[in-house]
Design a protein around this ligand. Structure first.
Ligand code: GLU
Length: 412
């Protein structure tokens, strides 16, 4: 199943509950605009390389479209299309005044120098600058991009349109970024884990955790969960999985990766396993926080965790999702679980537009409040309709987008 088919499958499960007519489903699923552009840039050795770049704008019924930019070799139009739709449902679940979009380039940023990344980013902006803007479509970081890429993007966009830092979020704090944006997605995952355990009457101390991916999301989630007393027994990145049944020393792991260019490679305080083995460990809580489609028909029967929190976008394919549900596994879906990032992006955009800066405490407080409200609504919806948390989250999101579309007029 292609990524966009998987996203639409989840959409349709909720649309069935809401008994939406076909014409409405078609209108809600089809993206408003898909842009594919040629991105030509100069390599450090003087050669010219040419790749495709994408921006998919899915829906704007609830506000300007919002969503990250992904630099990864697997990026293609279908993946971006799927991720753009997820952004529409994500911003609606947490009730931010946004629609959804996503962009990306099919490159491996680890094989490019910093100057090459800068040139490719500026070349991409040259191609898409007319369709993005603070009132229309606001990009942000995603896999393979970071605050530096956001700073280049903003600078290049402003060459055409003038000063307006609200055109992009996830910027460096010194360059109109928000305090707390970098930690926000991982912190949100942690915050929601704590809320979910409370609801289930379970104790963090007795909930072992494995986290797949130790990038921005996984590492900040690990930090938050350790501070909340969860034993984290395994973490992984492309170099492998690192397992200690007694619990990893997360502060030590974090300082190790800081000194090791962000990588876990060579970490000695744990047993080293194959990266994929992490997903199949006998833990209570599994957090996939890396790529999409990592739990699928190949490995679903070997997944042993009873709780899964989707730090990544689209980590579980529909076939695996159905099997896990039948086995009683509780899954907190991506459109809620990793919404902390876009929530603080919204705070950053709001600060930029007011020329005012919030304290870190305020950012964290408002993030906690936003996610708590969304979590409670999704939980109630799931209980009252007897549906999974994923279907409940989609139901709430679809109802909000549908309402906005009805108020504004469907065909605007
Ligand atoms: N890329 C992140 C996501 O998938 C953040 C998007 C944003 O901040 O706009 O939610």
């Amino acid at each position: 199943m292609r990524p966009s088919e998987a996203t639409n499958y989840y959409f349709n499960q909720a649309a069935d509950q809401l008994e939406l007519p076909d014409w409405m489903r078609k209108l809600l699923v089809m993206p408003k605009r898909e842009m594919t552009v040629q991105v030509a840039y100069e390599r450090d050795d003087g050669r010219i390389d040419t790749v495709l770049g994408y921006r998919v704008q899915h829906d704007n019924a609830r506000g300007p479209m919002k969503g990250g930019l992904r630099y990864h070799p697997a990026v293609d139009l279908d993946e971006v299309r799927s991720l753009a739709a997820l952004m529409t449902w994500k911003t609606a679940v947490v009730d931010l005044p946004y629609g959804g979009a996503k962009g990306g380039i099919g490159i491996d940023p680890r094989t490019l120098s910093k100057r090459e990344l800068e040139r490719i980013t500026r070349a991409f902006v040259d191609q898409i600058h007319e369709i993005v803007g603070p009132d229309s479509d606001i990009p942000a970081p995603d896999m393979g991009t970071n605050h530096e890429v956001m700073a280049w993007f903003r600078n290049q966009w402003e060459k055409y349109h003038g000063f307006n830092p609200a055109v992009i979020t996830g910027k460096p704090v010194e360059e109109y970024g928000s305090r707390g944006r970098e930690e926000a997605t991982g912190r949100g995952v942690g915050t929601l884990a704590v809320k979910m355990l409370k609801r289930l009457n379970r104790k963090p101390e007795q909930t072992t955790v494995a986290i797949q991916g130790f990038g921005n999301v996984g590492s900040h989630a690990a930090k938050y969960l350790t501070e909340a007393a969860f034993p984290i027994v395994a973490v992984s990145d492309v170099s492998g999985a690192y397992f200690n049944p007694k619990g990893l020393n997360i502060p030590e792991v974090l300082s190790y990766t800081l000194k090791n260019k962000g990588s876990l490679e060579g970490y000695q305080g744990a047993q080293r396993l194959d990266a994929d083995a992490l997903l199949e460990l006998d833990v209570q809580l599994l957090i996939p926080a890396a790529l999409g489609d990592v739990i699928n028909h190949n490995n679903v029967d070997r997944i042993r965790a009873g709780l899964i929190i989707e730090g990544a976008n689209g980590p579980i394919d529909p076939e695996a999702d159905t099997k896990l549900k039948e086995r009683g596994v509780i899954i907190l879906p991506d459109i809620l679980a990793n919404a902390g990032g876009v929530t603080v992006s919204y705070f950053e955009w709001a600060q930029n537009r007011q020329h005012y800066r919030w304290t870190l405490d305020r950012v964290r407080q408002e993030l906690d409040r936003t996610l708590s409200e969304a979590f409670e609504s999704v939980w109630q919806e799931s209980v009252s309709r007897k549906v999974s948390l994923r279907t409940a989250a989609f139901i709430l999101a679809i109802q909000r987008v549908k309402r906005a579309s009805e108020l504004a007029g469907w065909m605007v």
